[in-house]
Design a protein. Structure first.
Lengths: 143, 364
């Protein structure tokens, strides 16, 4: 087991093209501090993300997964993030029922203008995952 | 709405109703469980010629296939069909109708207060007819037969929802009390018009089945506790699904798992050499075939909220994973998120197809 002070969590962020991805750009150009271990995957909408995509990321060893999209009511396509929220609640409940560290999953709303909030969300989430330790599936030979 | 009382056993009464409907031309086909006494097998029969009804055992506590699933493609024909279903099969069918995989329009649904079914293992190794007298005695007493499916022993939805006709089998239907059929809809009244039997305005009384309900709920708590092992989440997951051989039998018999191309059988889950190389470079070993545990998690998130707890999945599992119990437990929790009950109402939307603007305030 890695020592938690040395542990750098591998986190995958699925970011909505229209808001959070732009916020990530803004955070970068504003020279805000961002954790180096955060891998960004750009999606066209938070509702684009199927459960299996998140589960697959989890089973492939991600320590944490962040899904981030437009604030409710501000979806580029009208209502995508409402569906995303339902699906997210569902996946979280399944992980909770099976005791699978549901805290490793987070959904956040970050608009294109919220570069600072983006840096905060990503920083806090990374810190939470660091405290939680590595995803046990990552190194398990039974998966 | 009225009821019909016929001086015969419930099973015979239903068979006679089907015979009447077929012979009078009110229906084109009937779907009911059948028995082949020569070969000691049971199956779900699709019958158009009334003479074949001699083999019908409509209320036999055996489920060889979830009739809701079997009905799916047949129900979209323009033929009038009467079908005898267990309450969970009817609920499964309603879930399929919501997914545009079936239609209630030309169906007359006949369901009954269900005492639970024997696992398929019992059906193939024992003589069901010999088990029946004891089974009937137990269910009439409001108790639970120990040799039925675990999901049946713990099923609280044994009173049909939305059936056109409800037949009383457990509780009030004491031996010699006759066959009582409740006509719940106008459709049922139309079909059963001119059918023999004494008409009455007796209403179905669910409170008579309170003893059964309490017994099942107590049993459910025990079942849910038994599938949870102490220890870290990962070990629990391995303890539950680690035996999976990846046959996908549970998904093929599941009435809700209807996708024509399942993601898990698609090219998304074709494993290439880079996949193995990447994983092995990190872990040094992995399970073959990969993702057998992921498969169950995927299914749980995709459709657990629609699980009706029929128990087909556990029955066909070659390595005895309690798939149905895990689905039932998880499904109850996921459905509760959306105040949903699978099969309750055909107008009720599937939770992932709708949303409310204000909900889940602690998410996001």
């Amino acid at each position: 087991m890695e020592n938690s002070s040395e542990f750098t969590p591998a986190i995958v962020g699925f970011l909505c093209n229209w808001c959070t991805y732009a916020a990530a750009d803004l955070a970068g150009s504003s020279k805000l501090e961002l954790p180096p271990s955060f891998t960004v995957i750009r999606v066209m909408c938070s509702s684009r993300i199927d459960h299996n995509l998140l589960l697959s990321t989890f089973f492939k060893g991600a320590d944490g997964i962040l899904v981030a999209g437009c604030h409710p009511g501000d979806c580029h396509y009208g209502e995508g993030n409402y569906y995303a929220r339902r699906r997210f609640a569902l996946l979280k409940k399944v992980m909770e029922t099976l005791d699978m560290d549901p805290e490793r999953l987070q959904l956040s709303w970050v608009s294109a203008a919220e570069g600072k909030r983006y840096a905060e969300v990503v920083g806090e989430f990374t810190e939470n995952i660091r405290e939680l330790g590595p995803n046990p599936i990552k190194n398990s030979t039974r998966f | 709405m009225s009821s019909i009382i016929i001086d015969t056993s419930a099973s015979r009464g239903v068979t006679e109703l089907l015979r009447f409907l077929l012979e009078s031309g009110k229906i084109d086909a009937a779907i009911t469980m059948r028995n082949d006494p020569e070969n000691n097998t049971y199956d779900l029969g699709l019958i158009t010629d009334a003479s074949n009804l001699d083999e019908a055992v409509p209320l036999i506590p055996v489920m060889t296939v979830n009739a809701g699933q079997a009905l799916s493609s047949i129900s979209i024909s323009r033929k009038k069909i009467a079908v005898v279903l267990k309450p969970c099969e009817l609920r499964a069918f309603v879930e399929l109708v919501k997914r545009e995989k079936g239609s209630l329009e030309n169906l007359l649904t006949i369901s009954y207060t269900c005492g639970g079914v024997f696992p398929l293992d019992t059906v193939i190794t024992e003589q069901i007819e010999e088990l029946l007298p004891k089974y009937k005695k137990i269910i009439l007493n409001g108790e639970i037969p120990v040799n039925t499916r675990d999901t049946c022993r713990t099923c609280e939805h044994f009173i049909p929802m939305n059936a056109d006709i409800t037949v009383s089998v457990i509780g009030e239907c004491k031996p010699g009390a006759g066959c009582v059929m409740y006509l719940n809809t106008e459709k049922a009244e139309d079909f059963a018009e001119d059918f023999a039997g004494e008409r009455s305005d007796r209403k179905f009384d669910p409170s008579a089945l309170k003893k059964t309900l309490d017994a099942r709920l107590a049993e459910k708590e025990k079942l849910f506790a038994s599938i949870t092992k102490d220890g870290p989440g990962l070990d629990r997951l391995l303890d539950t699904f680690g035996k999976c051989v990846g046959c996908h039998g549970c998904s093929s018999v599941c009435p809700i798992c209807y996708c024509l191309l399942c993601d898990f059988e698609s090219a998304n889950f074709d494993y290439n050499l880079p996949y193995f190389e990447e994983h092995l470079s990190r872990k040094g070993a992995l399970r073959l075939p990969p993702d057998t545990i992921f498969f169950h998690l995927g299914r749980l998130t995709h459709m657990s909220f629609s699980c009706v707890g029929c128990g087909m999945c556990s029955d066909v599992c070659p390595v005895d994973i309690p798939v149905a119990a895990v689905f039932k437990k998880t499904g109850e929790k996921t459905a509760a998120l959306f105040d949903y009950l699978p099969g309750r109402d055909v107008e009720e939307s599937i939770p992932v197809m709708v949303y409310k603007e204000e909900e889940f305030p602690d998410i996001g």
